[in-house]
Design a protein around this ligand. Sequence first.
Ligand code: ADP
Length: 460
Amino acid sequence: HATKRTMTDHLRRLETLFTLTPQRMRMITQSFRETLENGLEKVDQVVPMIPTFVFGWPSGQEQGDYLAIDLGGTNLRVCLVHLQGKGKFEVTQSKYRLSEEQKQDEGQKLFDFCAESLKTFIDSNSGEDGILHLEPGEKLPLGFTFSYPCKQNSIDHGILIRWTKGFGAPNTEGENVAEMFQKSLDKFELPVTLTALINDTTGTLIASHYVNPHTRIACIFGTGCNAAYMEHVKDIPKIKDLGIDGGMDMVINCEWGAFDSFEHEHLPRSKYDISIDESSNKPGEQAFEKLISGRYLGEILRLVICELIDDGILFLGQNTYKVEVTNALDTALLSLMESDPTEELLMIIGIFSHFFALETTLAERQFLRAIARLIGRRAARLSACGIGAIVGKMGYLENGCAVGCDGSLYNKYPGFAGRIQEGLVDIFGEKARNIYTHHCRRWIWPMTKARKDAGIHAHL
Ligand code: ADP
């Protein structure tokens, strides 16, 4: 009984630590909005609000074949997108996993790996039965979805501001990554023309609108966390000297994962969050992302578990070394724990015995699931604050809008979308039911190429 009571005490403490009240959420949303506005007004802000030079929405009628390569935080994806018009499309995709070493290796080598994977994809899809039929000398348009903050002054150019999501490849920050990638493409003599460098949120925004014209905002919840939305050029004071027609609209890549970095004034950070931040390769940075995204949620739970092992609350008398290894608990396991349908929590028995060689009591399993819930719910509610900031700024509450989302956390974490919705209602009241998220794949940067062909892109 003593153990159980203590576990209950801990649960109460953790509930207080990880729960966001509606009032707190409204405060965060307000300061988030001010931060976004500040980033539109001035250059080089912590949340940089990056102009993407992608103007206006797709018509839904775009057509053609396009190659896309997407360097995410965990995977490298190569896809061939076949746009059919009328909001329809087909995608053929291959996925290649990135190792932790590759993320820290020389930058040029990383791009060589991208080019090599692209070569594998092209080779394996060419030939008689393949989907690719290239004439000698023909080149396919290629878009590079590069999901790290870049300073752009045209669609096919981008200076990496800083790595995020655990990347640290040297000799890349401050460089034009489009040029670096082009070098790798030349090295492998690939039959492609690099036509666009685009952030995954921008891709998701345009793709989501192609399939659902109510879309106004896009978010990624994967290894990292970020958002993009369509802004009026006249409301981006920091680019007024470029002389772009104020009546146009341009996609802004918020890079909102950086919200509250360094100053740590607005977000509720627990000691577990602080510990993750301090032992990360970029302490102080990406403060918002570190509370939300797939790279970190499993680690938050793991740190709670380790603390309770040290306090003699969990896994008494067992050898716990396996769970004490940094990053040993993937966020995917939180998803599994939350979705366990059995009363005995058999899934959680399986996870802890398989991955960590630990036996669990039912009370421990219920406790672990409750903590997973707190962490997952906090991530979704904080995400709602970010969406709420854009919704409030753009005045989308009245008529409602759709928010296109992609990333494993959104797609696979049970209840994530519902918790965002619930969070929006806590911020805005019942009116927020007009704002709904929907899943959309992030591939469609090629749309930008289709539109560039139609002369829609500005090059500065
Ligand atoms: P990327 O960010 O590389 O584009 P993903 O969107 O697949 O790719 O996100 C990968 C992240 O999602 C990883 O941090 C991983 O821990 C997390 N993840 C993978 N599977 C799941 C799952 N089933 N539930 C929750 N998170 C997951």
